[in-house]
Design a protein around this ligand. Structure first.
Ligand SMILES: [Zn+2]
Length: 334
């Protein structure tokens, strides 16, 4: 399988999306980016250009052949592929349909890796809202298909990811050594709709909620060998843990499942560097350590010069090297 193949020695981008056209056709109207913008100030023209941009991004996301050229321009050696959950989350479908779609997406991902084994790895998808089916597809994705792990959203079926219903999933991921990448599918609350706040505020909020759930439900205490990475630098959480520390100290009911203080817990997780702010990346290194952050461009919508961005963060060359490649090698077990 592809995992035995010598990889390109350039930077490893662990936040790079793809889409599967047949599935996107089904999920398009359930995704946030296709919904009418509920803000009277937004003109029809802007709505149209947003729709056109979405179509253009979808086209780029379908492609896993020609994108290698763009990766070369970006200085990216390897992309770890994930389907964009904002566009292509299937958790709203009935479990069997969701499973079929996730299987198709995982098959496509495995084909892309097989076609360019030096340039791609992948985190597959599962119907997390149906935990037993999720366990079944997890086994197939990392076993039969050879994917590196899975991507899940920040919640499923109205439950946070640390919910006891998902414990069999976490247990199986730990058993198989499958790494888990957590990326929001977008918050559909009406408060986040105007001005794309589902994106500017909601994504970071979702990531903070995901970390809080893992922390408060004691997931890494119960499953200590798990390797979990949170997208977008962990959202608000790493930069707001003072409040969690205070509650941990002052409110015993918050730590019934937690064995260590929030600041220690943060250092047990992994993060990508997609923060769009060099100063924040530097601060994240101070908070969680230089061994826990990996390059994340958010291809195709994010940073087109992600390597230059890391080199502009005021880090040492060695710290930069770790973020650009070394830490991902460790995370992926290469
Ligand atoms: Zn993304």
């Amino acid at each position: 399988m592809a995992t035995g193949t010598q990889m390109h020695q350039g930077a490893i981008d662990i936040h790079a999306h793809m889409l599967v056209p047949e599935i996107f056709k089904l999920t398009k109207n359930y995704g946030l980016t296709s919904r009418p913008i509920e803000n009277e100030a937004v003109s029809e023209e802007l709505e149209r250009s947003n729709a056109e941009r979405q179509d253009r991004m979808a086209e780029i996301s379908y492609d896993t052949v020609n994108r290698v050229k763009l990766m070369d321009e970006m200085g990216v050696g390897v992309q770890v592929l994930t389907c964009s959950l904002v566009h292509q989350c299937t958790y709203w479908m009935n479990p069997e349909d969701s499973l079929r779609c996730e299987q198709l997406a995982n098959n496509r991902m495995a084909e892309a890796i097989k076609a360019s084994p030096t340039r791609f790895r992948g985190f597959g998808g599962v119907p997390l809202h149906a935990p037993m089916l999720a366990v079944q597809e997890l086994e197939r994705a990392v076993g039969e298909l050879g994917l590196s792990g899975l991507q899940i959203a920040t919640s499923a079926a109205g439950k946070e990811i640390g919910h006891k219903d998902f414990h069999p999933f976490w247990a199986k991921a730990e058993e198989l050594g499958a790494v888990i990448y957590v990326h929001p599918a977008g918050n559909h609350d009406a408060r986040f709709k105007p001005y794309f706040q589902w994106n500017s505020i909601g994504q970071s909020f979702e990531e903070a909620m995901a970390i809080a759930s893992l922390m408060y439900e004691g997931i890494l205490d119960k499953f200590p060998k798990l390797k979990v990475c949170i997208s977008h630098g962990g959202g608000y959480m790493p930069f707001n843990f003072g409040r969690f520390n205070r509650n941990w100290l002052e409110k015993p009911s918050t730590r019934v499942n937690m064995k260590q203080p929030p600041a220690d817990f943060l250092k047990m997780l992994w993060y990508d560097s997609c923060l769009y702010d060099a100063g924040l990346v530097k601060r994240l290194v101070e908070i969680v350590g230089e061994d826990r952050i990996m390059l994340g461009s958010d291809y195709p919508v994010g940073d087109r010069k992600p390597v230059e961005f890391i080199r502009s963060c005021g880090l040492t060359t060695q710290q930069g090297d770790k973020i650009l490649r070394g830490n991902a090698e460790t995370f992926l077990g290469l």
